[in-house]
Design a protein around this ligand. Structure first.
Ligand code: CTP
Ligand code: CA
Length: 229
């Protein structure tokens, strides 16, 4: 497929990207979190801005510096991220969920610091499900023709699990990272495969996060322009 000009092909478009990892507070000093650095989401933001897009980056607990020319909205928890993403997505041409969103949060937030109890074991932490933001975005679509993209890391049966997840979420594209030792289709050094709802799949060789980001934007542009770049 012939490519348009990557310097301008997102001009006039508004794209929303979530990045980083949510933190779910237990008490004023503790949280349940994850190790997401935010680098892939920030790479998506800088590459989209370089291609002319107006970019809203919803950043969850990332230590990275705000990219230049990008509107950064901070969110701590999954519920805060959901609010910020849905708000920004209302007029977006594309939404990319690169953030690691906690599947669960503590059922109760303790207003005071939780104390250990003498003579008894630790109290169990009860968890409740967080809303699935990607599924919600996919079902609702802030505007006509909006492209919705998800990310997933899978350790085994990468393609089968990825396909099932894409269908379950209802998004247009799912970037599946192959993690762990078992690479069932391990003949190449591909680090990711972008699965599309139309049945196609694009392997992305191991490389910088900006290269994967640019491939994602290529596929988004194809869909925004009806496959005629
Ligand atoms: N995601 C989301 N809201 C959640 C959980 C995940 O929007 N509550 C998004 C992530 O940002 C990512 C995609 O969904 O883009 C896939 O995340 P993943 O954790 O792989 O999906 P889950 O449905 O949570 O599946 P699993 O049980 O494998 O964790
Ligand atoms: Ca999950």
């Amino acid at each position: 497929l012939a490519r348009g000009n990557r310097a301008t092909d997102l001009a006039g478009r508004h794209v929303v990207i979530s990045a980083g990892g949510t933190r779910e507070p237990l008490d004023p000093v503790r949280f349940l979190g994850n190790r997401s650095s935010g680098r892939q989401g920030y790479a998506l933001a800088t590459t989209a801005a370089a291609r002319g897009a107006r970019v809203t980056l919803v950043a969850a607990n990332s230590a990275l510096a705000d990219p230049e020319g990008v509107t950064v909205v901070r969110a701590g928890t999954a519920l805060e991220l959901r609010e910020a993403v849905l708000m920004a997505a209302a007029d977006a041409d594309a939404v990319v969920m690169a953030a690691a969103v906690a599947d669960f949060r503590p059922a109760v937030y303790a207003e005071g610091k939780i104390k250990k109890r003498e003579g008894s074991g630790p109290a169990p932490i009860e968890l409740v499900r967080n809303p699935d933001i990607l599924a919600e975005l996919s079902a609702e679509r802030g505007r006509e023709g909006q492209v919705v993209v998800g990310f997933a890391a899978e350790t085994d049966q990468v393609l089968a699990n990825g396909r099932a997840k894409l269908a379950r979420k209802g998004c247009d594209l799912l970037v599946v990272n192959e993690v762990g030792a078992e690479k069932t289709f391990g003949s190449t050094d591909n680090e990711a495969i972008v699965l599309a709802a139309d049945g196609t799949e694009v392997p992305v060789p191991h490389g910088p996060k900006e290269a994967l980001a640019d491939t994602v934007w290529d596929l988004v542009v194809d869909r925004l322009t009806g496959g005629t770049p």
